[in-house]
Write a protein of this length. Structure first.
Length: 135
């Protein structure tokens, strides 16, 4: 009698091989997840590096554009006046941004209404404070 073929294995043999099969399947799934995570991490790293490179090059672009603006204005006025006009425009943009920033800091520093409401609720539970007044 020859060894049983793949199709002729008994139910008990198949059940006996089930833990090894499940273990192999779980290991393969874990290996696949590791490979996918490694692939994604690699590409996130490359993308992040490229964005950092762009951020390093950005000031050089701004300086070149400012120089081009000065040179363009120097065609219609003296170069020193062109530089002052561009500097004035930059100063105006900076002043506007500072004003918007200050306004946002003031909005962010306002007390939270939910905390005041929570304090009023706690005072009402304790029976202390001015809890009869509602907003």
């Amino acid at each position: 009698m020859s060894a049983p073929t793949e199709d002729e294995r008994s139910l008990f043999t198949l059940i006996g091989q089930l833990p090894d099969t499940v273990s192999s399947l779980v290991r393969a799934e874990v290996d696949q997840v590791k490979a996918e995570f490694s692939y994604k991490a690699k590409h996130f790293g490359i993308g992040s590096g490229l964005f950092v490179t762009v951020l390093v090059l950005l000031p050089f672009l701004v300086f070149c554009l400012l120089a081009a603006a000065i040179f363009a204005l120097a065609l219609v006025m003296p170069a020193w006046a062109a530089a002052l006009v561009v500097a004035g425009a930059i100063l105006l943009v900076m002043a506007i941004l500072v004003g918007i920033g200050i306004m946002n800091f003031k909005r962010g520093a306002e007390p939270l209404e939910s905390i005041d409401s929570l304090k009023a609720d706690l005072d009402a539970l304790k029976g202390t404070g001015d809890y009869d007044r509602r907003y």
